[in-house]
Design a protein around this ligand. Sequence first.
Ligand code: GLN
Ligand code: ZN
Length: 803
Amino acid sequence: MARTHILGFPRIGARRELKFAQEAFWRGETPEAALRETGTTLRRRHWQLQADAGLATVAAGDFAWYDQMLGLTALLGALPKRFGFDAASLTLAQYYELARGNAAQPAMEMTKWFDTNYHYLVPELDADSTFDGGPTWFLDEVDEALALGLATRPVLIGPVTYLYLSKSHVPGFDRLTLLPKVVQAYRRILAQLRERGIEWVQIDEPVLCLDIDAEWLDAIDRAYVDLVDLVDLADAGPKVLLATYFDTAAPHAARAAALPVHGFHVDLVRAPEQLETWLQVLPANAVLSAGVIDGRNIWRADLRAVLATLAPLHAQLGDRLWIAPSCSLLHVPVSLDAEQRLDPELKSWLAFATEKLEELRTLAVALNQGKAAAATQLAASDAARESRRTSRRVVNQRVQGRLAAVTADMADRASAFDIRIERQREALQLPALPTTTIGSFPQTTAIRQTRAAYKRGEIGALDYLQRIRGEIELAVRKQEALGIDVLVHGEAERNDMVEYFGEQLCGYAFTENGWVQSYGSRCVKPPVIYGDVYRPEPMTVDTARYAQSLTDKPMKGMLTGPVTMLQWSFVRDDQPRATTARQLALAIRDEVRDLEAAGIRIIQIDEPALREGLPLRRDDWTAYLEWAVNAFRLSAAGVSDQTQIHTHMCYAEFNDILPAIAAMDADVITIETSRSAMELLEGFGEFDYPNEIGPGVYDIHSPRVPTVEAITRLLERACEVIPPERLWVNPDCGLKTRGWPETEAALANMITATRQLRGKLASQPPVTWKRVTQPAPGSARSAAAAHAHGTACDPNCAGQLSI
Ligand code: GLN
Ligand code: ZN
């Protein structure tokens, strides 16, 4: 009998119960007991769903009060010393201080979980780190499930992944020296599970899907040999299911197969081709858990196709075949039940976490009892697939035709940057070090109430328009008073930079409750791209035209780029992401051209999510960057030389994709840099980024007003690495989370610092910056320069794109 299981379930609750309970606790409105009660209720409900769907085991230990990595840090007892907490007696309140900071200590760092939009708290380790155990929460949850009489399979992130994802403030510290201690802690935990009669434990090592070097691979060998031998698991259990996900683990399959573990989970949605390799190396008694239901997307599976994959596996492996989603269901919303307003046809194509459990049940029934036993469910799956394949909602011949007619030169501006920038300077007449902002201004309560009232139908369209125009005028007046050179309208009409455009594009749908945890209590509700995307009518032109009519200064048009639109949505799985990106690019291209025709001379196309889309394995980077950069260029290149295209990126490591960023060929890029004291900018300088740059001169996350001196220091540093004639001055990112008083004070200081520096630059001989004028042939520098000038460069360089 093939059995079914899951790697984890969303913890937040169908109605975001955990979020609201957490936040009430943080505000001091409810006692810890109330929060704990919510946690217990959610776990119980989610286990019941799993049991009801006939899963062989329920997953325990996937719950987290904030984050699973923080939970593991607590379980191991490896708390950052700077907080001074005693791990064994850690309270929930202290746990939240680790996650959110307190008066004395900043929060633990947070970063993205692999290539998902989930963020985990980064363990902070050094030579003195201890792993003597922490609170008993993990085991309590296992006991909770056992007490309910449920067959329970606990879940742990593995020791090597834990260390790999951690960081140390001590330069040069080798985290792997901690491996023996960490393994010792896992050994203790496994022994505790054995005492409870647990048969299987799932240990996640998704690092096996990354390009890890020999040292880390050796660590896998050492960890598991020690772990399993020491606990003598072979006889007494628990058996270990080693789980990998998010990409192929095939390159390490042979090595993994030699470990003394008892089964392997592999992601056959992201990397179906790895199956063959795993079948070749799978030890005779080992379990293979086939991740065949997409844990990262919301589409209903084509169950008949999945069965075609599973049937021969079942014939070969029998009981040793387990069926599962590709990864934890953490990355999809909880249940379609909460969607009342979704179009019924579209809804019939979807499966959220709860519906995915049902898909697993159908697969198990069909495999174990024959397809006839699951005939109704299979027929429903077929019908959904057929309806999706042929629906007029999905396929739009005009979009397809347009896409087919796209030519390579459509992604090229008319002239090279050197020529364009001269024309733009002439047209725009901006001062040296032009000042601007990233787009949004404070989203005040009044603005949010206006939008909400309009959505609820309490105010009419005209009233809404007038109020939004009032906000735009306010923003324009304030910017003029401050003396900013390039203005923005402030984005009062947008609550979200993807949703705002998605709502106006065909091919996009929005859920009511399709929430996915982003971090802690924060959830996002990604829109769904279900069909060919097109723009039925202009989206921002009226707003931009109105804003421009209020001022003689240039008003930036403000758009979200195709890659970010794609990255922050649930996307179609029936065509390559690259194709969807091109459709989005064409829609945005139309908007860019319409803005230009309406007299907007500067247009910013934000791409903060460009880097997020990078595949986990470096081998796949070039292909991704090629289509992503091409989509951006396609969206931007339809304008004349005089029209200045900006882009904006933030909060990511960009230094390793600088050639691609240069290849986007935006006239100006504004980037977030102030938090790293311009470290990022140094990368741009070293690489000799060819176009203009606006490094963020202050952090927008804090209400603290940066001093003129602090901004001056950053600007002077910037002048050392970027020629001042190519520098812009702006904050790190949009200002929508800030209030007006601090925003005005900060921008006033930014303007003062800029004016002082302009004076200094005017009185100084030019060229104070260090620049290598003759880059060595074949260097990244020369590749970018070659690209910017339209000549060929190294074919391995992401800067050379077949556009
Ligand atoms: N234009 C957007 C804003 O200012 C950019 C936001 C972002 O980079 N995430 O809000
Ligand atoms: Zn930003």
